[in-house]
Design a protein around this ligand. Structure first.
Ligand code: PHE
Length: 374
């Protein structure tokens, strides 16, 4: 039997009581854990066996070893302890026989066969996947990533981007304004940003040149939803400003990015355009990566490029010096720095990439549609 009763340090009644108390605590603790008859037999023998039982050990180590004067005191305590052990051992058997122990056991039983709760793991939305792909192409070119607010002021969305108040260029951006702001000065009025370009200004206010950054995010326009329009969509803005940036840098960087995105065979082409915040401005086209630029797919007309062999993919241009005037105080002196900017629609790229024929499918949240992109 493993348990060895500790020798008494002395035979004072305090020491005797304390040591006996500890043994009783151990006895009770062990008794609770006994749930079956074979367990009980082991328990009984451990405490009461003639040879080596705990009571026998107590008898040998306490009573027999006690000096004459202490024998009476020790004897009394040993008898008390013996009575207690007998009582607990028989009560324990009682508990087993009455079925109480079994009930306790049943209450403690854990059904580990019950299957756990499964939480389906989500996946990246196809538009967000596309956004991450585009961003990572520019990250590899050393661009950092910036973000800005979706609810924007008139100042950042228009004024600082060289859209003067009442200028007709504002009409091209079908803006959703926040209601009831007539009492505020115009530049402080809130709207849902119509493009990611306001973050150009916000970052130039924060960071001195040289900068190279992309800005992904949601934008809104007052467009009725149809197969190719959505009042909410996604853009990625790009901005590079340094002391000697040219239109050649713009063309080279974007041509490289398109090849990284759509394959090394795609070609790029630029045609003149207008944006208030870039001068000169251009629209960039890529040769259709669906039909390879032939305008035909399996002898059928290619729907992705409407048989033209080209896909319009982004707006771009050299940052207008008037824009730098708004952030001149942070090192953007239009006499010293130049830069290029571009903005591309993410949803359209995703539509082409995945061959989806209705932009609405992206935003309806139908799991059967979204599961195809996992
Ligand atoms: N913000 C423009 C748009 O949404 C795109 C653009 C960005 C054009 C940067 C030029 C430079 O139409």
């Amino acid at each position: 039997m493993a348990y060895t009763v500790p020798k008494l340090k002395n035979y004072s009644s305090v020491t005797l009581d304390k040591t006996a108390e500890k043994l009783v605590a151990l006895l009770n603790q062990e008794s609770v854990a006994v749930k079956t008859e074979p367990d009980w037999k082991t328990f009984r023998d451990r405490w009461m066996a003639r040879k080596e039982g705990i009571l026998t050990q107590v008898n040998d180590q306490w009573l027999k070893a006690a000096p004459k004067e202490a024998k009476r005191d020790v004897g009394q305590r040993v008898n008390q302890l013996k009575g207690r052990v007998e009582q607990v051992v028989s009560a324990t058997l009682e508990r087993i026989k009455s079925g109480a122990a079994e009930a306790e056991l049943a209450a403690e039983r854990l059904d580990i066969s019950l299957p756990g709760k499964r939480r389906p793991i989500g996946a990246e939305h196809p538009v967000i996947q596309t956004m991450h792909e585009i961003v990572s192409v520019f990250r590899n070119l050393g661009y950092s990533v910036q973000e800005g607010p979706i609810i924007e002021t008139d100042y950042y969305n228009f004024e600082a981007l060289n859209f003067p108040p009442n200028h007709p260029a504002r009409d091209t951006q079908d803006t959703l304004f926040v209601a009831n702001q007539e009492s505020k000065p115009r530049r402080q009025q809130l709207l849902l940003r119509t493009h990611t370009s306001p973050v150009q200004i916000r970052t130039m206010e924060k960071m001195k040149p040289p900068i190279r950054m992309v800005i992904p995010g949601k934008v809104h326009r007052n467009d009725p939803p149809d197969a190719s329009h959505s009042p909410m969509f996604h853009q990625i803005e790009g901005l590079a400003v340094d002391s000697n940036i040219t239109f050649g840098d713009l063309k080279g960087s974007l041509d490289h990015a398109m090849k990284a995105l759509f394959g090394s065979k795609v070609k790029t082409s630029f045609r003149p355009s207008f944006f208030p915040f870039t001068e000169p401005s251009a629209e960039m086209l890529v040769s259709c990566f669906i039909c390879g630029g032939s305008g035909k797919r399996d002898l059928e007309p290619c729907r992705s490029c409407k048989q033209t062999g080209w896909i319009e993919i982004l707006g771009c241009g050299m940052v207008d010096p008037n824009v730098f005037e708004f952030v001149k105080h942070n090192g953007y002196d239009p006499k010293k720095v130049t830069g290029f900017a571009f903005g591309m629609g993410v949803d359209r790229v995703a539509i082409l990439k995945y061959g989806v024929d209705d932009i609405q499918l992206f935003f309806q949240g139908d799991i059967r549609f979204l599961e195809q992109f996992v």
